[in-house]
Design a protein around this ligand. Structure first.
Ligand SMILES: [Fe+2]
Ligand SMILES: [Fe+2]
Length: 274
């Protein structure tokens, strides 16, 4: 495989037709048989991959180049997910515009070429795949949530996630209920993931304001969940599944597929086995 084919396989698995803003080939390569894959693969790991004889260094999180500069575009996937859940576009357009603008400006302030430049100097193939793998994870988690009835409790949903995904059983973090009560019904559930990063307080609030009873994030700042408690008390549920474990749920099917194609994949940096 080459770097284009590695990217295309992920797009195909996620049902996407083009490379999203947060994913990129920083330095292309051909005839790739030995892959190093991590959640955060930056300049030191690229050098390590070259030293250890890998053919390509792959990161989940974007580290630079266009994947950093265009990252803000994938935040608009929140609008697709929100409107699919019945939230009116006019209620959330400004929220996502503001979030995207903040990310665009912060990215433009950064040294976006640092990690890619190291790969070029070493002539080491290097790329990242973010949203396609998060979309795979989002679907798996939403599908698992949809196997339960609205009358099932939050505790039952958490237990169902733990029994459905070995990653949750193997992780050192726990699935946390940040807002709500474990013995309450889950009602309507949205897995909010695969849109660059979590939508924080305003996106969760928009779901709760429009009939969603349980929002699931993979991570959420404490300040955001505190604001939700101030607004909603324990009348809605915010479940936080954990960052690297939930990323792993989207990454592992892709790695399994690569191995099925005869590619040797070594994982590091937070990837938790199923
Ligand atoms: Fe992710
Ligand atoms: Fe992540």
């Amino acid at each position: 495989m080459n770097t284009d084919q590695l990217m295309s396989l992920a797009l195909e698995m996620a049902g996407l037709t083009e490379i999203p803003g947060d994913s990129a080939i920083y330095h292309p390569g051909q005839n790739l048989h030995k892959v190093m894959f991590g959640i955060d693969v930056k300049a030191p790991e690229v050098k390590m991959a070259a030293d250890l004889g890998f053919d390509v260094a792959m990161s989940h999180h974007p580290t630079g180049g266009q994947a950093r500069l265009q990252f803000h575009k994938v935040l608009y996937r929140h609008l697709d997910q929100l409107t699919a859940a019945g939230v009116p576009l006019k209620a959330v357009q400004t929220i996502i515009d503001d979030l995207a603008e903040e990310h665009r400006v912060m990215a433009s302030m950064s040294n976006y070429d640092h990690d890619p430049s190291v790969a070029r100097l070493l002539d080491m193939p290097y790329m990242n795949i973010h949203t396609p793998l998060d979309e795979i994870g989002r679907r798996r988690l939403q599908d698992a949530a949809d196997e339960l009835a609205p009358t099932n409790t939050v505790a039952e949903l958490i237990a169902h996630f733990q029994s459905s995904f070995g990653e949750f059983r193997h992780a050192d973090t726990q699935i946390e209920l940040r807002v709500g009560q474990l013995d309450r019904p889950i009602g309507r559930v949205v897995m909010s993931h695969g849109a660059g990063t979590n939508g924080g307080y305003p996106v969760a609030k928009a779901y709760f304001d429009h009939g969603i009873n349980t929002v699931i994030y993979i991570h959420c700042r404490p300040a955001d969940s505190k604001k939700l408690i101030a607004d909603f008390g324990d009348n809605v549920n915010l479940i936080v599944t954990g960052h690297v474990v939930s990323d792993s749920i989207g990454i592992n099917p892709y790695i399994d597929r690569l191995r099925g194609e005869g590619i040797e994949v070594t994982t590091l940096s937070g990837i938790i086995p199923a």
